[in-house]
Design a protein around this ligand. Structure first.
Ligand code: ADP
Length: 158
């Protein structure tokens, strides 16, 4: 009996989880925890947004997330100033992007980006619905609490 060819063992399975992560929350960390068992490597890509004044400067944000995963060779943390899909493509053909979906609004926006990334760069995007416990957690909630001097430490990874 002929077995189907095994295409899975030869290339590394890599996920690129990109975002502003300004700041990186327990919602983001939960996505990393959920996807890591499916991939050999998870790249957290801190994308630079020149249009927004950051809450945490890029260098500080990168250093904090790197610290978080310092003992974890499976998770690679880096900042990137160009097109995320190009970074993913350079890692190999089987690399995928991962995004979290919290709301219908997230889904609307993500669809267009995913289409462009697939059609122009040949990179697919996998979506995970946020766990109910994390679906209201966002960097913008953290920033808002910070504006009013409220404690937001529970929303950030330890
Ligand atoms: P961006 O500016 O690219 O949207 P974010 O840092 O806001 O960057 O989010 C990065 C990714 O993490 C997005 O796919 C977003 O939907 C997802 N995400 C953010 N917060 C959560 C959460 N609480 N649960 C699941 N996914 C989340």
């Amino acid at each position: 009996m002929a077995y189907p060819e095994d295409h899975t063992n030869h290339t590394k399975r890599i996920a690129v989880f990109a975002g502003s992560f300004d700041p990186f929350t327990i919602g983001h960390a939960h996505i990393v925890e959920r996807i890591r068992s499916y991939f050999d490597e998870v790249h957290i890509l801190i994308a630079v947004n020149y249009q927004k004044q950051p809450f945490q400067p890029l260098e500080e944000r990168t250093a904090k997330i790197q610290d978080l995963y310092a003992e974890d060779p499976q998770v690679i943390v880096t900042s990137y100033t160009s097109i995320v899909a190009k970074y993913a493509r350079a890692l190999g053909e089987s690399t995928v992007l991962v995004r979290g979906i919290r709301t219908v609004a997230d889904m609307e926006a993500e669809r267009t980006t995913a289409d462009v990334n697939r059609q122009h760069f040949g990179v697919d995007t996998l979506f995970l619905f946020a766990d109910a416990a994390y679906s209201s957690i966002s960097s913008s909630v953290v920033r808002e609490l910070a504006t009013f001097g409220e404690d937001y430490s529970a929303l950030l990874p330890k």
